[in-house]
Write a protein of this length. Structure first.
Length: 351
C-alpha cells in the first residue's frame, strides 16, 4: 500500500457516508459499511458518520438472498456524500435478485453486465465533488465501469481479479492484497477485507485509537495492513506441530515491542529453525517477521501519540525504535508524516 498523507483534523460536522445498492446486492457486503459507519458511536467522543443506504434503482431493492430492502435515499444522496461505498456487484437482469454471494464468485456473465448508467453518472459526479469512493469485493467492477480506476492500482476478490483485468485493461489489478488506497479511490478484496478497508478509513479520519475501539466492539483484528496477502495459508492459532509455542511466541512479541526481537531468538523460543519460523510466520500473517514488527510498533506509537503527553523520545523507546530519529524515520516511511504532525492531528480526538 502506498504511503498516505494524513487528512486535516476532522471538523465537528458529521461526515456523510453513502452505501449504494442495486438489485441483487450481497447482504454481507452491504452490512459491512452499515456496521462500521452506520451504528451510533457517539460514546467515542467524535462526530461519527451520518450513514445512508442509497438505492441506485427504484426500491425496494431485491437482495441476492431474495429479501427486499426499502430506503428513502437515492442517487442524489450519493452525489452529496463525502464517502461512497459500492458493495459486491453482480448483474440481475432478470430481476430475480440472484447474484453471487459474498466470497463466492459470480459467473462471468453476471460480472460482465453493465451497471445502471445513472449509478455510474452519480459516482463520477461524487468523485468530481471530491468524495472518497470505496468498493468491496466485486464492487470494483462498478468503479472500473465509471472510469474511476483508469490508470490506477486496484484490487478485488482474488477469484474475480482475472475477469476485472480482462474487462478493464487500463486498470492495474493487484490480486494479492487486502485493499488498495489510492487516496480518493479505494478498493478491497473479499468480505473480510471490506471490514479492513472501512476500519482503515476510520483510522485516517479519527486515528488509531478510535479505529481500534471500533474493531474491539466488532470483535475483529484492529488492523491488517492493506498489502497483506488475501490468501493466508494458516491462521495464527492453526494446529499442527509447535502450534501452541508459535502462538505463544507471537503473543510474547506483542508484549515486548520495546525490546530487540531478532528472528533467531524468536525462532528458538518457538522451537523452530529461523528458516522454518520465517516460513511459518508468512503463512500465518502474510508478511515477514521484520515487516510485521515495524507495523506493530508504528501502531503502538500512534496510540501513544494520541493518548499520552509522553515526549517522542520516550515513545520511541517504548515502541522499540530506540531513538526519536528512528521513530521519525519509520513513521515517515509508513505514514508519510512525522510523529509531531500526527500528534497535532489526532491528539484531541484520542483524548
Amino acid at each position: 500500500m502506498a504511503a498516505r498523507s494524513l487528512p486535516s483534523p476532522p471538523r465537528r460536522r458529521r461526515p456523510t457516508v453513502a452505501t449504494v445498492i442495486c438489485h441483487g446486492v450481497a447482504p454481507f457486503e452491504m452490512a459491512v459499511p452499515c456496521e462500521v459507519f452506520g451504528i451510533d458511536r457517539s460514546e467515542l467522543g467524535v462526530p461519527w458518520y451520518r450513514h445512508r443506504v442509497c438505492a441506485a434503482e427504484p426500491p425496494p431493492i431485491r437482495s441476492s438472498q431474495g429479501f427486499t430492502i426499502d430506503t428513502p435515499y437515492g442517487l442524489d444522496d450519493v452525489v452529496r456524500a463525502g464517502t461512497v461505498v459500492v458493495p459486491a456487484w453482480g448483474a440481475d437482469p432478470g430481476g430475480s435478485g440472484r447474484r453471487g454471494r459474498g466470497d463466492t464468485p459470480q459467473p462471468p456473465g453476471q460480472l460482465d453486465a453493465d451497471p445502471p448508467a445513472a449509478l455510474l453518472d452519480a459516482l463520477r459526479a461524487a468523485h468530481r465533488r471530491g468524495a472518497r469512493i470505496l468498493s468491496v469485493c466485486s464492487g470494483a467492477f462498478v468503479l472500473a465501469a465509471a472510469g474511476l480506476l483508469d490508470g490506477r492500482r486496484a484490487t478485488t476478490h482474488w477469484m474475480h481479479a482475472e475477469a476485472l483485468a480482462a474487462r478493464y485493461p487500463e486498470v492495474e489489478v493487484d490480486p494479492d492484497v487486502l485493499y488498495v488506497d489510492e487516496g480518493d479511490v479505494m478498493t478491497s478484496a473479499g468480505t473480510a477485507a471490506g471490514i479492513d478497508l472501512c476500519l482503515h478509513v476510520v483510522r485516517l479520519d479519527f486515528g488509531a485509537e478510535i479505529a481500534n475501539a471500533v474493531a474491539r466492539r466488532m470483535v475483529v483484528p484492529p488492523h491488517r495492513e492493506g498489502g497483506q496477502a488475501q490468501f493466508v495459508e494458516a491462521p495464527l492459532t492453526a494446529g499442527g506441530p509447535g502450534a501452541d509455542r508459535f502462538a505463544a511466541t507471537l503473543e510474547y512479541m506483542m508484549g515486548h515491542l520495546d525490546e530487540a526481537l531478532p528472528v533467531e531468538a524468536m525462532a528458538d523460543r518457538a522451537a523452530m529453525s529461523p528458516r522454518t519460523f520465517a516460513r511459518r510466520f508468512r503463512a500465518a500473517t502474510g508478511t515477514t517477521p521484520g515487516q510485521w514488527l515495524v507495523r506493530q510498533r508504528i501502531l503502538l506509537a500512534q496510540r501513544l501519540l494520541e493518548t499520552t503527553d509522553d515526549p517522542v523520545e520516550l515513545i520511541a523507546g517504548r515502541c522499540g525504535f530506540g531513538t526519536a530519529a528512528g521513530l521519525r524515520l519509520h513513521f515517515r516511511r509508513v505514514l508519510d508524516t512525522s510523529p509531531l504532525v500526527y500528534r497535532r492531528t489526532f491528539r484531541r480526538i484520542g483524548a
